[in-house]
Design a protein. Structure first.
Length: 168
């Protein structure tokens, strides 16, 4: 399992290799681990802007853990709205060229809802327990991205209804 300190150590190594600024957004369990909402994650998930994707991919290779990279707001089976980057939280660290952001909590819920396996359910419950999820925003955001789901929209809607029950 990969802890917050493991992630930060790895990211600091990447930062030392960069010669220009690259913006990355932590998603899924990686985001939750960096926020301290879970102790560790099984793999590393980041969303990277298209213009920096190949450069980051070359530098981000790891023999220690699995690294999954997504392009331009397409996370797991969803295309997030264009404002996903603007809404992402800044993660402060002493990076020189790496600009680390954390996917907005509601967007984490929605990306996990698209797959909704046992780990996702556990993570969504942890997010619900924070009391920081804006349900009105979550519902609006769901409607905004629902038709971008790569699977059956009916399945995603069903998953979302199950997830909403975790917040009541």
């Amino acid at each position: 399992m990969i802890t917050k300190e493991d992630l930060l150590k790895w990211l600091r190594g990447i930062d030392r290799k960069l010669t220009e600024e690259i913006v990355i957004v932590a998603v899924g369990g990686t985001a939750m681990t960096l926020l301290g909402l879970k102790e560790s994650t099984r793999d590393v998930d980041f969303c990277v802007e298209r213009k920096c994707f190949e450069k980051f991919k070359k530098i981000a290779k790891s023999e220690i853990f699995v690294v999954d990279l997504f392009r331009d707001g397409y996370v797991f089976a969803l295309q997030l709205p264009d404002d996903y980057l603007k809404l992402a939280l800044d993660f402060s660290d002493s990076f020189k060229n790496l600009k680390l952001k954390i996917l907005k909590l509601e967007d984490i819920v929605l990306t996990k809802t698209s797959r909704l396996n046992a780990r996702d359910i556990e993570d969504i419950r942890a997010l619900a327990e924070t009391g920081k999820i804006d349900i009105k925003f979550l519902k609006g955001r769901f409607e905004e991205i629902c038709d971008s789901f790569a699977g059956r929209e009916g399945d995603y809607r069903y998953h979302f209804e199950l997830v909403l029950k975790m917040f009541s």
